[in-house]
Design a protein around this ligand. Sequence first.
Ligand SMILES: NC(=O)c1ccc[n+]([C@@H]2O[C@H](COP(=O)([O-])OP(=O)(O)OC[C@H]3O[C@@H](n4cnc5c(N)ncnc54)[C@H](O)[C@@H]3O)[C@@H](O)[C@H]2O)c1
Length: 401
Amino acid sequence: MPHTFANDVVVVGGGGHVGLPLAIGLADRGSRVVVYDINAATVATINAGTLPFSEPGAEPKLKENLANGRLTASADPAVVATAQHVVVVIGTPVDEHLNPDPNAIPRALEDTAKFLTDGQILILRSTVYPGVTALVERMIAAQGLDIDVAFCPERIAEHKAMEELFSLPQIVSSRTDRGRERAAALFSTLTDSIVHLEPEEAELAKLFTNTWRYIKFAAANQFYMMANERGLDFERIREGLSRDYPRAQDMPGAGFAAGPCLFKDTMQLAAFSDNNFQLGHSAMLVNEGLPLYVVTRLEKKYDLSELTVGILGMSFKGGSDDIRSSLSYKLRRVLKFKAKAVLCTDPYVTEDTDPTLLPLDAVLAKADILIVATPHPEYRGIVTDKPVADVWNVMGRGVMV
Ligand SMILES: NC(=O)c1ccc[n+]([C@@H]2O[C@H](COP(=O)([O-])OP(=O)(O)OC[C@H]3O[C@@H](n4cnc5c(N)ncnc54)[C@H](O)[C@@H]3O)[C@@H](O)[C@H]2O)c1
């Protein structure tokens, strides 16, 4: 088998929100890395030294590693043949009926199958439907290739990538000792802390982690609605119950819990347990229902059909430009039916992503009523005499709606 490769790592889906920080991180720690992505525009952006999305601290390191030759990007699948480690981190969304697609990764690998060669290790890093690692192992075996397969899930949070890649423990799983050792050796360039699990354990570990977080947000959101219905401010209650009380430190505040991971991974887990996952589905109902609850509450106080509503924040989390699965858009959709007009603003989301957005000042001036949909730090100091619905308490005026 000994084979020499021109590169150490190719990241398939390396133009994405987690693929690119990983590629940059590995290059920064000395690996020769190629980003492979089917999106040619993203590849061109990366090769020009620009990050296609915001990720603090990543762009200078991208430029540095392009300049020193340790990082390159390509839309040509043939680059997959050039690296010893093939890391796959393409998106794994659920469809419009909330079904996961266990074949997303095998399908993506079909494009590159003819470039896989003996001596490589294929490391799955996307969050996968349980059983996908075994499916990929069978694909590789059917092709008669001497390639190790590992599943090493990504656990960073967007916007913390350039810290967390180097600080979080890395879960490593593979069926063979050689696969385990090789995958651990690669990730040891990023972190000293390697956690070994079996592939099926690791697949569930990743889904349990995201689902756990999603359920915690749902519990807080339900508490919020309960308190709000009784005319009580959940944030005051939460602050009181958690002050110097260690067992309640992990209770989150209320908020629009969304984004590209938590919801879909909870649904992947629900599908995996034959849709017999009451807690997961309940969490979805609560979290996805919160924007509608806010609108219903506002309707009780105001005749929305006479009012212009301003939505502050369109990305799914504070400080981010990522609008994927953001509940701000659900809020906008429902308000378009109910309000006289809806105006939206976001300091991070660009005109290319959403040309309908207005500057903050214009929304503050024109709207009759405001909803803080994303806890962007820019909203902290806003002074306005208009009514505000702010379940996040960003503006510090309380969370009651
Ligand atoms: N976003 C997060 O914070 C986060 C955190 C941990 C894990 N994850 C998981 O990581 C995976 C990727 O998520 P993401 O947010 O980076 O997605 P993304 O959509 O930002 O990136 C995926 C990239 O893969 C490319 N791609 C798609 N099909 C391809 C193919 N066949 N060959 C080559 N490239 C292809 C796309 O063009 C895109 O650039 C998902 O499974 C997700 O659940 C995401």
